[in-house]
Design a protein around this ligand. Structure first.
Ligand code: HXC
Length: 501
């Protein structure tokens, strides 16, 4: 037992420490409540027969599995042990993971997977691939049933990457996490290129560029704290609601009436609006560094978790584009699957125009957000802060996609497009033929603005339920959330929809 608990041996453990990493068991213990970890299958033996593998002692076959608690609630957990054959995944290693995943499903508790592995154990051939297939199948079966959390604390190479990609939240740590399909050795052999693991897919790359990671930390300790915070906001399975906390007022420093500038082109940080609404001004942002033109994350109103989705006027004026549509759509689907009401804050000029976006598939990706909001049956509350133009107005949880309540501030502008663009198109000939075209243009822009750049036309049709002062926002949301608590909605029977992914 002592030998097994030592992992890959003193030298390998030293190497692990030198690279700034904790061992598999240390990681599990740091995430779970003190003394709550119970390990299983420590004596499982590796199953490989070729390349002298049957003569090797691979303790626990390179993965530690077990159960414990976080905040007193049970969780299932596994951590790959890089000190044992590079944490590579063989048949027995995969069996241990799938067994603990099956437990998580039958117990209805979150599964946390810590990845630190060279990928499929090359010596085991198809049995290693089979192991990945079994994990992917379970990741898919568990999707929307129990929360699935992936923590990348070392290489996550080859087939290993697709399990995190199928889970709900991926955590990475600077300089430690590396995710790539093919490693530097393979790239050198196949393409003759020298490239480092960091260049291929370091933590920052996945947090900022690819969007594979949801939470970025500077240390393993910070990462474990983030995991625990996330778990405090979400329910343990899809039949439950998140734990309720004691309600707290937002901090006084966030004065909601002073955040949004009246000039519709002036930027501001929409997270300040969220903090001026959320209990204690606490906001846990998901995918903070990716597609920053849309903000997604969790907060509480009156002690109950809500998922916030908001345009961020600080970045690209808060437009929807390929990446932000993907980001928001996935978040909306998570909240819907796990009974978390959605609060959407709207201030955007629409979808991002241009050939790059068109060719990158803004139609296909943008449609995901329409689908996600339309399909969601949790309480959906929308607040239009300022601009709500064109497709952006519809996509950001309008009444037409079945928002339960849409509120608008007096500063809201709900129109097909901005007044300048609109006037240039519909009054083109009048402007062109005018004695003073520039003067006429200004006049027509003003005319359009007067007509549509306000919330009252939409309110007259019932597309906006109430025009409210900014300072009334938390009160209106709190009331709407409490009366929507028992909301039930029946969708027509079908096997499943076909979202545009
Ligand atoms: C078997 C492996 C292994 C693997 C690493 N090791 N990866 N053993 N199968 N996939 C072993 C090494 O031989 C070494 O053993 C020990 O783990 C530590 O590895 P090092 O290379 O010394 O560590 P390091 O320098 O930190 O490099 C880590 C690494 C590198 C970047 C992960 O090992 C690497 O490139 N591995 C291959 C990655 C890869 O291409 N995997 C794809 C597999 S195919 P010793 O005995 O020397 O200590 C795949 C397809 C599945 O996954 C598709 C499903 C959809």
């Amino acid at each position: 037992m002592q030998a097994a608990l030592q992992g890959g041996g003193i030298t390998a453990v030293e190497k692990q420490k030198q690279s700034g990493k904790l061992t598999a068991r240390e990681r599990i213990v740091a995430i779970l409540d003190p003394r709550s970890f119970h390990e299983y299958d420590l004596f499982v033996e590796q199953a490989g027969k070729d390349f002298n593998m049957d003569k090797k002692f691979l303790p626990g076959d390179g993965v530690v599995t077990g159960t414990g608690t976080i905040g007193g609630h049970p969780v299932c957990i596994y951590a790959q042990d890089f000190t044992v054959a590079g944490g590579s995944l063989g048949y027995a290693h995969a069996k241990k993971i799938t067994k603990i995943m099956d437990h998580a499903m039958s117990l209805g508790v979150p599964i946390i997977g810590i990845n630190d592995s060279g990928g499929a154990r090359i010596q085991e051939g198809v049995n290693a691939l089979a192991g990945y297939g079994e994990i992917f199948f379970r990741n898919t079966a568990a999707s929307g049933v129990i929360p699935q959390i992936s923590v990348i604390l070392g290489p996550c190479a080859g087939g290993a990457v697709y399990s995190p990609a199928l889970t709900d939240f991926v955590f990475v740590v600077d300089k430690i996490s590396k995710m790539f399909i093919t490693g530097p050795e393979v790239i050198k052999t196949v393409l003759g290129e020298e490239i480092t693991q960091e260049e291929l897919g370091g933590a920052r790359t996945h947090a900022e560029i690819t969007g594979n990671a949801h939470f970025f930390a500077n240390s393993e300790e910070e990462c474990f704290h983030q995991i625990k915070t996330l778990l405090s906001f979400i329910p343990w399975n899809n039949r439950k609601k998140a734990d309720a906390f004691s309600p707290k007022q937002p901090l006084k420093e966030y004065k909601i009436a002073n955040i949004v500038p009246t000039d519709p082109t002036s930027p501001y940080d929409v997270r300040d609006v969220i903090r001026s609404i959320a209990d204690g001004s606490e906001f846990l942002e998901s995918q903070e560094l990716f597609a920053r033109n849309v903000i997604t994350g969790f907060g509480r109103v009156d002690g109950k978790t809500v998922g916030f989705v908001a345009n961020q006027p600080l970045v690209l004026a808060g437009v929807l584009d390929v990446d932000s549509s993907d980001k928001a759509a996935r978040f909306v689907r998570f909240c819907d699957a796990f009974n978390i009401p959605l609060v959407t804050l709207v201030d955007l000029p629409g979808y991002l125009p241009g050939i790059d976006q068109e060719h990158a598939g803004v139609i296909r990706h943008g449609a995901k957000l329409l689908y996600a909001y339309s399909e969601a049956t949790v309480p959906k509350l929308t607040v239009i802060l300022r601009k709500a133009y064109g497709g952006g107005y519809i996509a950001m949880c309008s009444h037409h996609l079945r928002a339960d309540f849409v509120f608008a501030w007096p500063s809201a502008e709900i129109a097909v497009m901005g007044s300048e663009g609109a006037a240039n198109i519909i009054f083109r000939s009048e402007i062109k033929n005018a004695e003073n075209p520039e003067e006429m243009r200004k006049q027509k822009v003003e005319e359009y603005k007067q007509k549509f750049a306000n919330p009252y036309v939409a309110a007259a049709y019932g597309y906006v339920d109430a025009v409210i002062e900014p300072k009334e926002t938390r009160h209106f949301l709190s009331h709407a959330l409490s009366i929507s608590d028992g909301k039930t909605e029946k969708s027509p029977e079908r096997k499943h929809g076909i979202p545009p992914f």
